[in-house]
Design a binder for this molecule. Structure first.
Ligand code: SAM
Ligand code: SF4
Length: 473
């Protein structure tokens, strides 16, 4: 049984007291200190960074995007692939110059990368100017850790506990202004896919209480957001640890019933737990968009078994077919790993076939990256880098063809779109269709945040272009 503790009200109150004290101290300064929060990795990390910003705001910090200006830099790291770690480390390396040019600047590292003991050792030995390192389970203790870092103390601070996880609620969140709000509904993962570091660095599954999720959704809507993006490593296991009747389809129905003109999206759905009820619910809920991210990882059954994924290629095909039988226009996007240890050329071709056969609206393709401590990292891996790269390139070329074809099929159709931001040139906007397709169009910035009817007039591999049908609303 996982050991999951609930953080006590006293412990949270102590963090609030520390925040209030720091706010008072900062209010006495000639100008508020500035923080820069730099985020790597997935949307879960984006959401954690919003909590860090929320706590910093409570402590009287202002924000900057310019590292040279920042009094405090927080780097929220990712560990999913070696590439993400190298990128974060490269940027932390560059901060040594920034810090030299701005005496008194403090640097903190947090997130999945530094939850790993060997990475903390690396930071200790090779990045002496990093002041504070804290693991994923310490997020709620950030005020206390920051306080200790800012007050006189000996040495640098390294804080990480190797635990299954803790439950807590009520930390302040500062969301980026805009149209879309991330709403984490759970954290951690129990699936232990053999290649994946996430369960080791984020602990066991903890679902948030339904009342809290619903209250936060209402709060988000009252702030004017138009899209709620529910987040979890596997949203389909939402509620399993709560022991009640609340599961993910139930949560979707409850959220769908909230008042207002808004849309719901969610990520990620593990195919083994994507039930018929989930698809029935999506089809029945008018605010749930026609898109599911359903990572298949490999099209070969032996590889899927070695990955510990819990389904076969045919089971995946059946689920996709069921979803499409209910919602013929549903967009299915997916993740796939190329070059899993021991993957043969023939096994890779099963992946290629699945991609050509099912027609994904978008595919995120990754070269397998060994992760310290995961079972797959210990498997023999005879394929060369060049062979893996060649497979990767073939898969990409195949998907590009599929994407081009599927994108072109939207041309001439009229969709209700959500205009979500400014485009790359003045007078240009970006939007998303229900299928989560990126759309470029012309229009005034005052349209951002509105739902409009638009006709798709053109397509490329990655995006669509459109014109508004309803000039006035
Ligand atoms: N929980 C989600 C899921 O199961 O789909 C997403 C987890 S992970 C942050 C996102 C994607 O990264 C995975 O779907 C997988 O394709 C990829 N990934 C995870 N570990 C990897 C590794 N060791 N090497 C390459 N890709 C990896
Ligand atoms: Fe990693 Fe698998 Fe969990 Fe996704 S479901 S986070 S791939 S272990």
């Amino acid at each position: 049984m996982p050991q999951i503790r609930t953080v006590t009200e006293e412990e949270l109150a102590r963090q609030r007291e520390i925040m209030a004290r720091r706010r008072e101290k900062n209010a006495g300064l000639p100008a508020p200190p500035l923080a820069w929060v730099d985020t790597y990795g997935c949307q879960q990390n984006e959401a954690d960074s919003e909590t860090i910003r929320g706590m910093l705001r409570e402590m009287g910090y202002g924000f900057t995007e310019a590292e040279g200006e920042a009094d405090l830099i927080v780097v929220n790291t990712c560990a999913v692939r070696g590439h993400a770690e190298l990128r974060a480390l490269g940027n932390v390396g560059a901060l040594s110059h920034t810090k030299r040019a701005k005496p008194g600047q403090r640097i903190a590292l947090c997130g999945c990368m530094v939850q790993q003991a060997h990475m903390r050792e690396k930071i200790k030995s090779s990045y002496p100017y990093v002041d504070l390192v804290f693991g994923t389970h310490e997020l709620w203790r950030f005020p206390e850790l920051l306080d200790r870092m800012l007050e006189p103390h000996k040495g640098r601070l390294f804080e990480a506990r190797d635990i299954d996880g803790e439950r807590y609620e009520g930390l302040p969140v500062l969301r980026k202004e805009g149209v879309r709000a991330w709403l984490p509904i759970m954290s951690g993962c129990n699936n232990f896919c053999s290649y994946c570091i996430v369960p080791y660095v984020r602990g066991r599954e903890r679902s948030r209480a339904p009342e809290t999720v619903l209250a936060e959704a209402k709060q988000i809507l009252s702030e004017g957001f138009k899209e709620i993006y529910l987040l979890g490593q596997n949203v389909n296991s939402y509620g399993k640890d709560l022991g009640g009747r609340e599961d993910f389809p139930w949560l979707l129905r409850e959220l769908n019933a909230l008042e207002g003109d808004f849309i719901l999206r969610f990520m990620t759905s593990h195919p083994k737990d994507a039930s018929r009820e989930l698809f029935d619910t999506m089809a029945a809920c008018d605010k749930v968009e026609r898109h599911i991210h359903l990572p298949f990882q490999s099209g070969n059954d032996r590889v899927l078994r070695a990955m510990n994924r819990g389904y076969t290629g045919d089971v995946y095909r059946e689920k996709a077919a069921y979803a499409r039988s209910l919602m013929p226009d549903i967009a299915i996007t997916s993740d796939v790993i190329v070059g899993f240890p021991g993957e043969t050329e023939a096994e890779f071709e099963d992946t290629l076939r699945l991609v050509e056969e099912l027609g994904f609206d978008m595919l995120f393709t990754f070269l397998y990256s060994p992760r310290v401590g995961t079972p797959a990292a210990a498997l023999p891996d005879p394929a060369t880098k060049e062979e893996k790269q060649a497979r990767f390139d073939r898969l990409l070329a195949a998907q590009n063809e599929v994407s081009c074809r599927m994108q072109a099929a939207h041309v001439g159709k009229t969709y209700r779109i959500l205009i979500d931001g400014e485009g790359d040139k003045p007078g240009r906007l970006t939007a998303r269709s229900s299928h989560n397709r990126l759309i470029h169009l012309e229009g005034d910035v005052s349209l951002i945040g509105s739902f409009r009817e638009a006709e798709i007039t053109g397509s490329t591999t990655w995006s669509l272009s459109a014109v508004l049908k309803d000039k006035e609303e």
